[in-house]
Design a protein around this ligand. Sequence first.
Ligand SMILES: Cc1cc2nc3c(=O)[nH]c(=O)nc-3n(C[C@H](O)[C@H](O)[C@H](O)COP(=O)(O)O)c2cc1C
Length: 374
Amino acid sequence: MSFNTFGHLFRVTTFGESHGPAIGCVVDGCPPRIPLNESDIQPYLDRRRPGQSRYTTQRQEPDAVKILSGVFVDEASGVQVTTGTPIALVIDNIDQRSKDYSDIKDKYRPGHADYTYDVKYGLRDYRGGGRQSARETAMRVAAGAIARKIVPGLTVRGGLVQMGPHRIDRARWDWAEVERNPFFCPDAKLAATLGDYLDGLRKRGSSIGAVIEVVAEGVPAGLGAPIYGKLDGDLAAALMSINAVKGVEIGAGFSAAELTGEQNGDEMRMGNDGKPLFLSNNAGGILGGISTGQPVVARFAVKPTSSILNPRRTVDRYGRETEISTTGRHDPCVGIRAVPIGEAMVACVIADHYLRQRGQIGDTPAWPFPPRAR
Ligand SMILES: Cc1cc2nc3c(=O)[nH]c(=O)nc-3n(C[C@H](O)[C@H](O)[C@H](O)COP(=O)(O)O)c2cc1C
């Protein structure tokens, strides 16, 4: 009823809110005997962590993850591995600064979820946004680190491809650059201009949206299902479940509407490895809800941060018209920290579908098939 769980066989349930003592999750369905330590998870959390550059919120959270259950040191190897039982992870909230919330506790921030929480639940935790806060997404990143270990040979990487009107030049795409600049931007030239752009926005008391692209390589062909369990459908739901995401595309996405059938359909040849070679990837690695073996490519649009300094017209919970201006610590572009979150959601969906495939079908059929007897 309350929808704090996602996934079917790789199931993640998160709990906690911005200003509670801790946030956490339970990952159920992870296969046994997979090596797992905090050090496998922490690097991914460090990429999402706030306060890492002046372009993200200055909330100071070490986001140190603890594994509470579901692991055991294997006597034969001396390595800590998963046991196949629920893996509980917890992160203490350290910097839940208490401040005066009188300015925002009764007023609704335009673009935020204050009104909808009140109208649904009859109350809301206004301290840092409570459960509306993207603080919860730290646990998705932690779960994603486990998901990455389930699918052999899987690599999931993401980058910021647009901020406001500024788009990357795809000819300059360099994955190494993503780790070198504070925007996770694969285009060094664009990244060099984004700092000044964001400084200007911040000085004006404003914020801006972004587009993130996530690419999953090493996804075996055959994951997904044709109708209700479409891989692309589950990816869209998972990415859309991230705070502030307002649009998701797979492969050519919305631009497919501009293409003809010849331009859009990815032509096939036989590759030297005996597998089909697709001559393009407008499908984003998915046909009929099932992976093709090509890279799975998803993009998502993140709206601008709603909590801004500039005064906006609104109403309060008593039905009175008023104005609101949000001071405090906010990311001027929440799309930046959405990069590791998007990667994690894609990894979780692919791990879930990998386990579903194993459950229903086991080994995929040997392809190509022998010619039919006449
Ligand atoms: C990493 C990240 C950080 C965020 N930080 C803020 C923030 O500081 N202030 C804010 O107003 N919204 C922030 N958001 C967005 C809100 O959580 C989100 O807009 C709100 O919950 C309403 O949900 P919706 O935008 O999905 O409709 C953040 C989103 C992400 C992904």
